[in-house]
Design a binder for this molecule. Structure first.
Ligand code: GLN
Length: 260
Protein backbone atom coordinates (compact mmCIF):
# COMPACT_ATOMS: atom_id res chain seq x y z
CA UNK A 1 0.00 0.00 0.00
CA UNK A 2 1.33 3.41 -0.81
CA UNK A 3 2.03 5.72 2.06
CA UNK A 4 -0.14 8.84 2.09
CA UNK A 5 1.21 11.79 4.04
CA UNK A 6 -1.19 13.46 6.42
CA UNK A 7 -2.54 16.74 5.12
CA UNK A 8 -1.62 19.85 7.02
CA UNK A 9 -2.79 23.44 7.11
CA UNK A 10 -1.17 26.60 8.47
CA UNK A 11 -3.50 29.08 10.11
CA UNK A 12 -2.12 32.55 10.84
CA UNK A 13 -3.86 34.84 13.30
CA UNK A 14 -2.96 38.51 12.87
CA UNK A 15 -2.55 40.45 16.13
CA UNK A 16 -4.14 37.74 18.32
CA UNK A 17 -3.91 39.82 21.50
CA UNK A 18 -4.90 43.23 20.14
CA UNK A 19 -7.68 42.16 17.77
CA UNK A 20 -9.58 39.59 19.79
CA UNK A 21 -12.93 41.16 20.64
CA UNK A 22 -15.64 38.76 21.85
CA UNK A 23 -13.29 35.82 21.58
CA UNK A 24 -12.51 36.09 17.86
CA UNK A 25 -9.44 33.94 18.51
CA UNK A 26 -11.97 31.11 18.94
CA UNK A 27 -12.14 31.06 15.14
CA UNK A 28 -8.64 29.55 15.05
CA UNK A 29 -9.60 27.02 17.71
CA UNK A 30 -12.69 25.94 15.73
CA UNK A 31 -10.60 25.36 12.59
CA UNK A 32 -7.98 23.49 14.60
CA UNK A 33 -10.58 21.17 16.15
CA UNK A 34 -12.30 20.42 12.87
CA UNK A 35 -8.91 19.58 11.37
CA UNK A 36 -7.86 17.39 14.31
CA UNK A 37 -11.11 15.41 14.09
CA UNK A 38 -10.28 14.62 10.46
CA UNK A 39 -6.63 13.79 10.95
CA UNK A 40 -5.50 17.01 9.28
CA UNK A 41 -2.56 18.64 11.06
CA UNK A 42 -3.30 22.26 11.82
CA UNK A 43 -0.71 24.68 13.11
CA UNK A 44 -1.78 28.07 14.39
CA UNK A 45 0.70 30.95 14.40
CA UNK A 46 0.10 34.36 15.93
CA UNK A 47 1.52 37.33 14.04
CA UNK A 48 2.25 40.40 16.16
CA UNK A 49 3.42 43.90 15.34
CA UNK A 50 6.97 43.76 13.97
CA UNK A 51 7.05 39.98 13.45
CA UNK A 52 8.84 38.60 10.41
CA UNK A 53 6.06 36.77 8.60
CA UNK A 54 4.91 36.22 5.07
CA UNK A 55 1.42 35.04 4.10
CA UNK A 56 3.12 32.78 1.52
CA UNK A 57 3.36 30.08 4.19
CA UNK A 58 -0.26 30.44 5.30
CA UNK A 59 -3.33 28.53 4.15
CA UNK A 60 -5.83 30.56 6.17
CA UNK A 61 -5.31 34.07 7.57
CA UNK A 62 -7.58 35.22 10.38
CA UNK A 63 -7.95 38.71 11.80
CA UNK A 64 -10.41 39.67 14.54
CA UNK A 65 -12.11 42.80 15.80
CA UNK A 66 -10.87 45.56 18.04
CA UNK A 67 -11.88 48.96 19.23
CA UNK A 68 -10.56 52.06 17.49
CA UNK A 69 -7.62 52.28 19.91
CA UNK A 70 -6.39 48.79 19.03
CA UNK A 71 -7.00 49.34 15.33
CA UNK A 72 -4.81 52.43 15.51
CA UNK A 73 -2.05 50.41 17.17
CA UNK A 74 -1.92 47.74 14.45
CA UNK A 75 -2.66 49.98 11.45
CA UNK A 76 0.90 50.83 10.33
CA UNK A 77 2.09 47.25 10.73
CA UNK A 78 -0.87 45.94 8.74
CA UNK A 79 -0.32 48.56 6.05
CA UNK A 80 3.26 47.38 5.48
CA UNK A 81 1.92 43.85 4.94
CA UNK A 82 -0.70 45.08 2.46
CA UNK A 83 1.10 44.11 -0.78
CA UNK A 84 1.82 40.60 0.53
CA UNK A 85 -1.73 40.09 1.73
CA UNK A 86 -3.26 41.31 -1.53
CA UNK A 87 -0.93 38.98 -3.46
CA UNK A 88 -1.91 36.08 -1.20
CA UNK A 89 -5.62 36.70 -1.89
CA UNK A 90 -4.88 37.04 -5.59
CA UNK A 91 -3.31 33.57 -5.34
CA UNK A 92 -6.59 32.25 -3.83
CA UNK A 93 -5.40 32.44 -0.21
CA UNK A 94 -8.18 32.11 2.36
CA UNK A 95 -8.96 35.00 4.72
CA UNK A 96 -11.55 35.66 7.41
CA UNK A 97 -11.51 39.26 8.64
CA UNK A 98 -13.90 40.26 11.41
CA UNK A 99 -15.23 43.71 12.35
CA UNK A 100 -12.27 45.99 13.21
CA UNK A 101 -10.05 43.75 11.08
CA UNK A 102 -12.60 43.81 8.26
CA UNK A 103 -12.69 47.63 8.40
CA UNK A 104 -8.90 47.82 8.02
CA UNK A 105 -9.01 45.37 5.09
CA UNK A 106 -11.02 47.97 3.17
CA UNK A 107 -9.63 51.25 1.81
CA UNK A 108 -9.85 53.05 5.11
CA UNK A 109 -11.67 53.40 8.40
CA UNK A 110 -12.54 56.82 9.77
CA UNK A 111 -12.71 56.36 13.53
CA UNK A 112 -15.09 57.89 16.06
CA UNK A 113 -12.78 60.90 16.51
CA UNK A 114 -12.76 61.63 12.76
CA UNK A 115 -9.18 60.45 12.21
CA UNK A 116 -8.73 58.32 9.10
CA UNK A 117 -6.80 55.04 9.34
CA UNK A 118 -5.66 53.83 5.91
CA UNK A 119 -6.55 50.20 5.23
CA UNK A 120 -4.99 47.68 2.84
CA UNK A 121 -7.74 47.94 0.20
CA UNK A 122 -8.27 44.24 -0.12
CA UNK A 123 -12.01 44.90 -0.11
CA UNK A 124 -13.38 47.69 -2.29
CA UNK A 125 -15.11 49.33 0.67
CA UNK A 126 -14.76 52.20 3.11
CA UNK A 127 -15.81 52.38 6.74
CA UNK A 128 -16.65 55.42 8.82
CA UNK A 129 -17.83 55.97 12.38
CA UNK A 130 -20.55 58.65 12.50
CA UNK A 131 -19.25 59.97 15.83
CA UNK A 132 -19.79 59.29 19.51
CA UNK A 133 -23.33 60.75 19.58
CA UNK A 134 -24.71 58.17 17.15
CA UNK A 135 -25.78 54.78 18.49
CA UNK A 136 -23.61 51.77 17.79
CA UNK A 137 -24.87 48.75 15.85
CA UNK A 138 -25.25 46.14 18.55
CA UNK A 139 -27.07 42.82 18.68
CA UNK A 140 -27.54 39.40 17.19
CA UNK A 141 -27.22 39.08 13.44
CA UNK A 142 -28.46 36.51 10.96
CA UNK A 143 -27.01 36.59 7.48
CA UNK A 144 -28.18 34.66 4.46
CA UNK A 145 -25.06 33.34 2.80
CA UNK A 146 -25.41 31.15 -0.28
CA UNK A 147 -28.80 29.86 0.87
CA UNK A 148 -27.65 29.11 4.42
CA UNK A 149 -27.85 31.10 7.63
CA UNK A 150 -24.78 32.43 9.39
CA UNK A 151 -25.33 33.70 12.94
CA UNK A 152 -23.27 35.99 15.11
CA UNK A 153 -23.11 39.05 17.30
CA UNK A 154 -22.21 42.54 16.17
CA UNK A 155 -21.03 45.59 18.07
CA UNK A 156 -19.62 48.33 15.90
CA UNK A 157 -19.84 52.08 15.66
CA UNK A 158 -18.30 52.19 12.19
CA UNK A 159 -20.47 51.66 9.13
CA UNK A 160 -19.10 49.96 6.02
CA UNK A 161 -20.11 50.94 2.49
CA UNK A 162 -19.24 48.66 -0.42
CA UNK A 163 -18.36 50.21 -3.75
CA UNK A 164 -20.48 49.18 -6.74
CA UNK A 165 -18.62 46.08 -7.86
CA UNK A 166 -17.77 44.76 -4.42
CA UNK A 167 -19.76 41.63 -3.53
CA UNK A 168 -21.09 41.38 0.02
CA UNK A 169 -20.55 38.32 2.18
CA UNK A 170 -24.34 37.92 2.43
CA UNK A 171 -27.72 39.58 3.00
CA UNK A 172 -28.93 40.69 6.42
CA UNK A 173 -31.93 38.74 7.71
CA UNK A 174 -31.90 40.46 11.09
CA UNK A 175 -29.42 42.88 12.61
CA UNK A 176 -27.55 45.84 11.16
CA UNK A 177 -24.84 44.33 9.00
CA UNK A 178 -22.53 46.72 7.20
CA UNK A 179 -24.40 49.94 7.90
CA UNK A 180 -27.98 49.26 8.99
CA UNK A 181 -29.27 50.68 5.70
CA UNK A 182 -28.53 48.67 2.57
CA UNK A 183 -29.24 45.16 3.89
CA UNK A 184 -25.74 43.95 3.07
CA UNK A 185 -23.31 42.18 5.36
CA UNK A 186 -19.57 41.87 4.96
CA UNK A 187 -17.63 41.53 1.72
CA UNK A 188 -16.08 38.80 -0.36
CA UNK A 189 -13.17 38.84 -2.79
CA UNK A 190 -12.08 35.43 -4.13
CA UNK A 191 -11.45 33.34 -0.99
CA UNK A 192 -11.31 36.35 1.34
CA UNK A 193 -14.34 36.93 3.55
CA UNK A 194 -14.96 40.06 5.61
CA UNK A 195 -17.79 40.24 8.14
CA UNK A 196 -18.98 42.10 11.23
CA UNK A 197 -19.92 38.83 12.93
CA UNK A 198 -18.24 38.07 16.24
CA UNK A 199 -19.20 35.23 18.45
CA UNK A 200 -16.66 33.85 17.69
CA UNK A 201 -18.38 33.19 14.38
CA UNK A 202 -16.83 29.87 13.30
CA UNK A 203 -17.63 27.70 16.37
CA UNK A 204 -21.36 28.29 15.83
CA UNK A 205 -21.27 28.23 12.05
CA UNK A 206 -19.61 24.92 11.26
CA UNK A 207 -20.65 25.11 7.59
CA UNK A 208 -18.67 28.35 7.23
CA UNK A 209 -15.67 26.87 9.06
CA UNK A 210 -15.74 23.87 6.72
CA UNK A 211 -15.97 26.10 3.68
CA UNK A 212 -12.78 27.89 4.71
CA UNK A 213 -11.07 24.53 5.29
CA UNK A 214 -12.27 23.14 1.96
CA UNK A 215 -11.03 26.21 0.08
CA UNK A 216 -7.66 26.01 1.80
CA UNK A 217 -7.28 22.26 1.19
CA UNK A 218 -8.28 22.62 -2.44
CA UNK A 219 -5.71 25.37 -2.94
CA UNK A 220 -2.92 23.33 -1.35
CA UNK A 221 -3.77 19.77 -2.41
CA UNK A 222 -6.04 20.11 -5.44
CA UNK A 223 -9.78 19.78 -6.09
CA UNK A 224 -10.11 16.20 -4.80
CA UNK A 225 -9.20 17.42 -1.32
CA UNK A 226 -12.18 19.73 -0.99
CA UNK A 227 -14.51 16.88 0.06
CA UNK A 228 -14.29 16.95 3.84
CA UNK A 229 -15.13 13.89 5.90
CA UNK A 230 -18.34 14.40 7.90
CA UNK A 231 -17.91 15.04 11.62
CA UNK A 232 -19.99 14.55 14.71
CA UNK A 233 -20.44 18.26 15.27
CA UNK A 234 -23.83 18.14 16.96
CA UNK A 235 -22.68 20.64 19.62
CA UNK A 236 -21.73 23.21 16.98
CA UNK A 237 -24.98 22.65 15.10
CA UNK A 238 -26.96 23.05 18.32
CA UNK A 239 -25.10 26.31 19.06
CA UNK A 240 -26.04 27.51 15.57
CA UNK A 241 -29.72 26.56 15.99
CA UNK A 242 -29.92 28.24 19.41
CA UNK A 243 -28.24 31.43 18.21
CA UNK A 244 -30.55 31.49 15.19
CA UNK A 245 -33.61 31.10 17.40
CA UNK A 246 -32.42 33.81 19.81
CA UNK A 247 -31.68 36.24 16.98
CA UNK A 248 -34.98 35.70 15.20
CA UNK A 249 -37.08 35.95 18.35
CA UNK A 250 -35.80 39.41 19.24
CA UNK A 251 -37.58 41.70 16.80
CA UNK A 252 -34.90 44.35 16.64
CA UNK A 253 -31.32 44.56 17.74
CA UNK A 254 -30.74 46.61 20.87
CA UNK A 255 -29.48 50.09 20.31
CA UNK A 256 -25.97 50.36 21.43
CA UNK A 257 -23.85 52.15 23.89
CA UNK A 258 -22.10 55.23 22.76
CA UNK A 259 -18.46 54.52 23.09
CA UNK A 260 -15.99 53.54 20.44
N1 GLN B 1 -13.86 50.06 16.49
C1 GLN B 1 -14.66 49.59 15.46
C2 GLN B 1 -16.06 50.11 15.48
O1 GLN B 1 -16.60 50.43 16.53
C3 GLN B 1 -14.66 48.05 15.45
C4 GLN B 1 -15.33 47.42 16.65
C5 GLN B 1 -15.27 45.91 16.64
O2 GLN B 1 -14.33 45.29 16.11
N2 GLN B 1 -16.22 45.28 17.30
O3 GLN B 1 -16.64 50.22 14.45
Amino acid sequence: MSHVDAQSLHVAVLYPDLLNLYGDRGNARALERRCEARGIEATVTGVDIGDEWSPEDADIVLVGGGQDREQRRVQADLERRGDDLRQYVDDDGVVLAVCGGFQLFGHHYRGWDGEVMPGIGLFDAVAAHPGPKIARCVGNVVVLWEGETVVGFENHGGRTYLNDNQAPFGDVVTGFGNNGGDGLEGARVKNAFGTYLHGAVLPKNPHLADRLLALALERRYGPDSADLAPLDDSAARKAHAEALHAALSTSESALGRRFA
